[in-house]
Design a protein around this ligand. Structure first.
Ligand SMILES: [Zn+2]
Ligand SMILES: [Zn+2]
Length: 545
């Protein structure tokens, strides 16, 4: 069943339902697979040790001979960021609409990956899948929805989108193309749920542009603005607002530097003079300067975090200056952003955020926009994706109100669309990988669970030398990093208790090295539980002499 009969059409999310980020969507038709997006997620409060997480591609990697290609809808990290890490497992051709997506990911992309650029709105075929991009407005240029036509029906995979009559960069969402698709007949719409709990409309970038210009014109002192680097329209709005206020823009932060270069190479920002470097910022009088600063999510090493903590080597802000957060709080980042904002306020800096000023609009559809797209596309069923469970459920409720049957999926559930009535027909193994330094390790694997245990309880390592008959030579040693100081007399006492516990082990067990080590570990665990009421990570090294 997992690889399907020849007459089968199915959808399988390996990441991106019930959680933020890590979008990895699979479609199966006539035994062939198509992947749409391959993104990373950022660590959450739940997994503080995992800064970057990726979907485990194991299921599709095992079937890569039947994988006809990977299509990238747009250049956001939660859609393209995992390609450099996972492509070696997939080894399939990659297709993207966005010139920007190639530019942005170039640094990370392996030289082996061949990315075919399909023009916005363009069509191409991969095995049994006839594919067509449909232009959508979003918070990054060149975003596309994907129409997937097959011999068994058509699916619309919306990607991230919004309806914005004036997105400022690129054309608005191609509503005529969606209406035409709807007239053809759409079996399933797999759709963005990010703002499915937000009534009304997401608002227009043009409103933000007007508002930023009005705000910055009237502000005294230095003005710093932080935003998502990839929102090229927003960067342009900030530059235009600065110019209208007689201010020059200087950039602080690598992500903004990179995006500026990529955007200019792709033909964006061409009416905007090059931004000054952070070194040059100090030559400009305060009231003639706008600082464009990275770090809207409170990232600890970002330029804004360092400015807020007054540890930035070149840029300082204080009394009379203003920082505008032209961004939203991504769930999980509340604490980090709060720390940055506290530090700024402590220095006397005035804050403006999207909760008190019109300085940000979302790139995702609110409920009115969802309703409108459903009315254009008229799919038989709705599959909410790209959101946490409450967002998916709200999205399902909205579809139902419109008379469209929603189907909620967990990652790994295989939704059979054809033949028969659409229903979950099977499941595939899913998992998350964590970027640990420069290696990928399974989040639920031994390494990360040991890490979690050490974080909460420390580690204890016992060492003992034994002779051939299993007799213990000398004194067993223990060390307890993260639990006891090295010079704590408790360490010696713990060693003695460990030695005493070992004398109880039956002699026949001592001749088998593995059994001896396991029994010694268990003994050490019991001692620790009794002495400290803690369950640290425990290991025992047995040295046979
Ligand atoms: Zn996006
Ligand atoms: Zn996204």
């Amino acid at each position: 069943m997992m690889d399907g009969p020849d007459t089968d059409l199915a959808f399988l999310p390996l990441g991106g339902t019930g959680e933020i980020g890590m979008n990895l969507n699979l479609y199966r038709c006539a035994g062939k697979w198509l992947a749409v997006d391959c993104g990373i997620g950022f660590g959450s409060a739940e997994f503080p040790e995992a800064e970057i997480m990726l979907p485990d591609p194991g299921f599709i990697a095992e079937r890569r001979n039947a994988l006809v290609g990977l299509v990238i809808t747009h250049a956001h990290e939660d859609h393209v960021g995992a390609v450099p890490w996972l492509w070696r497992e997939l080894r399939c051709p990659v297709f993207a609409a966005a010139v920007l997506s190639r530019k942005l990911s170039e640094a990370g992309l392996l030289s082996e990956v061949k990315v075919t650029i399909v023009p916005p709105g363009g069509s191409f075929r991969l095995g049994p899948f006839a594919l067509q991009f449909l232009r959508v407005a979003h918070s990054i240029p060149e975003a596309q929805a994907l129409a997937i036509r097959t011999g068994f029906g058509t699916i619309l995979h919306t990607g991230d989108w919004k309806l914005d009559p004036n997105p400022l960069i690129g054309p608005p969402t191609d509503e005529a193309a969606f209406a035409a698709l709807g007239a053809e007949g759409v079996l399933a719409m797999v759709c963005d749920s990010t703002n499915a709990m937000v009534e009304g409309h997401s608002g227009s970038e043009a409103d933000v542009r007007r508002s930023l210009a009005a705000l910055i014109r009237d502000l005294p002192g230095r003005v710093a603005v932080t935003c998502f680097a990839s929102n090229v329209a927003r960067v342009e709005s900030i530059a235009l607002a600065a110019r209208a206020a007689g201010r020059t823009v200087a950039v602080a932060g690598r992500s903004l530097r990179n995006i500026e270069a990529a955007a200019r190479e792709c033909g964006y920002l061409n009416t905007i003079p090059p931004f000054l470097s952070e070194d040059a910022a100090n030559e400009i009088p305060d009231e003639r300067l706008v600082l464009l600063v990275s770090g809207s999510q409170g990232e600890p090493r970002s330029a804004l975090s360092r400015i807020a903590a007054d540890t930035h080597p070149r840029i300082a802000l204080g009394e009379g200056d203003t920082v505008i957060f032209s961004s939203r709080v991504i769930p999980g980042n509340e604490r980090a952003i709060g720390t940055v904002q506290d530090n700024l306020v402590r220095r006397g800096v005035r804050l403006m955020t999207d909760s008190d000023h019109m300085v940000h609009v979302s790139g995702h559809p609110a409920r009115d926009e969802l309703r409108k797209l459903y009315r254009l596309v008229k799919p038989r069923i709705s599959v909410p994706v790209h959101g946490e469970w409450r967002h998916l459920a709200a999205h399902a409720g909205l579809a139902q109100e419109l008379g469209i049957r929603p189907i909620l999926l967990e990652d790994g559930e295989i939704l059979g669309l054809v033949p028969g009535e659409p229903e979950v027909v099977d499941s595939a193994p899913v998992g998350r990988l964590v970027l640990d330094g420069s290696r990928l390790v399974p989040l639920q694997g031994g390494v990360m669970s040991a890490r979690r245990r050490m974080l909460g309880n420390g580690a204890v390592i016992g060492s003992l030398a034994v002779d051939r008959s299993g007799r213990i030579l000398g004194e067993p040693q223990v060390s307890a990093p993260g639990l006891l100081e090295n010079d704590d007399p408790e360490v010696t006492a713990l060693g003695d208790s460990f030695a005493a516990a070992l004398t109880d082990l039956p002699p026949e067990l001592r001749r088998d090295e593995t059994a001896f080590a396991e029994a010694a570990r268990a003994a050490l665990r019991r001692v620790l539980g009794r002495r400290y009421g803690k369950r640290p990570l425990v290991d025992v090294h047995l040295l046979r002499v």
